[in-house]
Design a protein. Structure first.
Length: 101
């Protein structure tokens, strides 16, 4: 399974520099079709997306994308208050859990 990224040219640039080979450039006009293509690729296990770009998707599609198990879709950026949930959903383990919980 590979990690892939979907977003604007500026958003994916850092991922390319980090060595990611599965990069999908999308803008508002083609975002839904590009994310659909990426999600249907069986070789992708984790799909990083710009959290702000999710507004380009209709509500029902956005819900389906965020609830996806394979690939796991990880919104990057935006509000970091739910980082714990993002990590937990991506890897299946609550790294922030303490003995008190």
């Amino acid at each position: 399974m590979e990690i892939a990224v979907v977003g604007s040219e500026e958003f994916v640039l850092g991922f390319r520099l980090a060595g990611l080979r599965r990069v999908f450039v999308a803008d508002e006009s083609n975002y839904q079709s590009v994310i659909g293509t990426a999600m249907s690729d069986a070789g992708i296990g984790i799909l990083a997306v710009d959290a702000g770009d999710l507004r380009f998707l209709p509500h029902n599609v956005r819900t389906r994308v965020l609830d996806s198990i394979r690939p796991v879709v990880v919104p990057v950026g935006g509000d970091e208050s739910d980082l714990r949930e993002k990590v937990k959903r991506a890897i299946g383990v609550d790294l922030y859990k303490t003995e008190d919980e």
